[in-house]
Design a protein around this ligand. Structure first.
Ligand code: XMP
Length: 511
């Protein structure tokens, strides 16, 4: 393992990302992890991330005592470099010229044995800088390896201690050869084997889960989304029927969704999964509610109530959660240096009195790695590459009153839309697509008769992170066919529109 000590840079998770691309297993840990804890993890190398603070300030963040004496190779990036230099007796000062953006770096010590971080790279290339402070004097024993027009000590190293520092960010794609620099660190310096693979992950995760669970019982809510599906199948592989999953049908799922999820997971993957049909309870409580946040609250609370009721019938010790790496990073950063980001709870706010220990087997994986894991576990592609679906389900896509009639209309329209996307080979190019039932009626004419009926809008977006999104330019013939099918096949709808709003200013969902 390679440890990344996180000083709160917005790029910290990218370091993890790049190291995984080099097939090296790595973990992001808080910046002040003690030397003892580090020793126990026995890493082959440590990366100190960037961060927003100044090392010399009273609120400067520092590694725990003894970390530089562990004899483990260390790579400091930006703040990480300044922290290493400052801790070992160098000088860090506010830069007269701040450096943000592209800079050309010149390798000055090509023949130096410790220039191996730049092995195979040209003498000059473009790197991404983002720093206000700069290193003014090197600590004893350090040498310069590279500079830029403004930064004398852009890359430094200590020959005998295997310490390296970079003022720029090799983890961002704007830095040319950035991944190669990190690869050189883990291969040439840390001597990592770089052969970590998903099948290693499966066997390691299974034995870790077995050891943790023993003969006890694990429960978990399964929605049929990618994360909960992969987590449930991994759990079944590890502890079989000692895992007991619940699929809560909240009545606002897509057409046939509950039946299909049961079929996929229970019948075909062998997961011990119980369907809890609470649709009536949910729909009762949603009657007459049109305010989006109120809908969310009702669904969240009712979900917890149902889950707890079923779970209390079992004597469980553990709760499975499909928490992913970005959630963990946000939680770590939340406790540490950067306080701006929210914490995550997948099964938001399960009551404390349930006293269950959490099992989060996906907590070190990114979304695409979870997908790779799903494929490794033999889960079919269709389940693995599904669009995300919000917890409050169709309730936040039925604008205005939620009635069984309107729910049925939306389920049918949505199902036609998704079917047509699949038929036209567009589903996998799109980040998320769905139909929305608007809270207006429109006049139309069908068979020479006046109609006054519901309006459906279709939404399809392209996005990489769901934080921003662009509307998807669907081909006209596909839109034409979908619109005709919806109006002809879904009673109660006489008009279909297409949403051409990006995010921002819109959000992906309408509520
Ligand atoms: P917005 O609408 O905020 O959505 O652009 C971004 C992503 O989040 C999903 N979403 C939710 N997921 N509970 C969820 O589990 C919610 O209340 C919720 N609201 C939005 C949305 O589907 C999109 O993928």
């Amino acid at each position: 393992v390679v440890l990344i000590l996180d000083f709160g840079s917005q790029y910290s998770h990218l370091i993890a990302r790049r190291l995984r691309e080099c097939k090296v297993y790595c973990e992001l840990q808080p910046y002040d992890l003690s030397a003892d804890q580090i020793r126990k993890l026995n890493p082959k190398g440590i990366v100190l991330s960037g961060g927003p603070q100044s090392v010399y300030a009273t609120d400067g963040l520092h590694v725990a005592e003894g970390v530089f004496d562990l004899g483990i190779p260390i790579l400091g990036i930006c703040y990480g470099l300044q922290e290493m230099a400052w801790s070992l007796g160098g000088h860090v000062v506010p830069g007269v010229k701040k450096e943000y953006g592209h800079m050309d770096i010149h390798i000055t010590a090509r023949k130096h044995p410790l220039a191996q971080l730049f092995h195979g790279l040209p003498d000059t290339f473009s790197v991404w800088m983002s720093h206000g402070d700069k290193l003014a004097a090197l600590p004893t024993g350090f040498v310069d390896v590279a500079n830029t027009a403004n930064t004398e000590h852009a890359a430094v190293s200590h020959p005998s201690r295997w310490f390296y520092g970079l003022q720029f960010h090799p983890e961002v794609t704007h830095t040319q050869h950035g991944t190669q620099i990190l690869r050189n660190f883990v291969t040439n310096v840390c001597k990592c084997r770089c052969d970590w693979s998903m099948s290693d992950f499966v066997s390691e995760a299974k034995s870790a889960i077995k050891e943790m669970v023993g003969h006890r019982v694990v429960i978990g809510a399964v929605s049929g989304g990618v994360d909960s599906t992969v987590a449930a199948v991994l759990m079944k592989e590890a502890v079989g029927d000692q895992f007991h999953g619940f699929l809560v049908d909240n009545g606002v799922m897509r057409k046939n969704e509950a039946v299909e999820v049961m079929d996929r997971l229970a019948n075909r993957c062998g997961v011990n999964l119980q369907l809890v049909d609470a649709s009536e309870k949910f729909l009762d409580r949603l009657t007459g509610v049109s305010e989006p946040e109120k809908k969310r609250k009702i669904i969240g609370n009712t979900f917890i109530e149902c889950f707890e009721k079923e779970a209390s019938k079992l004597n469980a010790d553990f709760l499975l959660q499909g928490t992913l790496y970005p959630d963990v990073i946000e939680s770590i950063s939340h406790k540490g240096p950067s306080a701006t980001i929210k914490t995550h709870h997948n099964v938001g706010g399960l009551p404390d009195h349930m006293k269950l220990k959490l099992i989060e087997p996906l907590r070190f994986l990114f979304k695409d790695e979870v997908r790779a894991l799903g494929l490794e576990l033999g889960i079919e592609r269709e389940s693995i590459f599904r669009h995300p679906f919000p917890g409050p389900g169709l309730a936040i896509r039925i604008l205005g009153d939620i009635t069984t009639k309107r729910l049925k209309i939306l389920q049918e329209a949505d199902s036609i839309f998704l079917h047509e996307l699949r038929v036209h080979n567009l589903y996998n190019e799109i980040g998320q697509a769905f139909a929305v039932l608007l809270p207006v009626k429109a006049v139309g004419v069908m068979g020479d008769k006046r109609t006054y009926e519901e309006v459906i809008t279709l939404r399809a977006v392209k996005t990489s992170d769901y934080m921003t999104a662009d509307w998807f330019d669907l081909p006209t013939p596909m839109l034409r066919k979908t619109s005709a099918r919806i109006v002809n096949e879904v009673p109660g709808v006489n008009r279909v529109t297409y949403d051409i709003t990006s995010k921002p200013p819109g959000t992906i969902e309408w509520e």
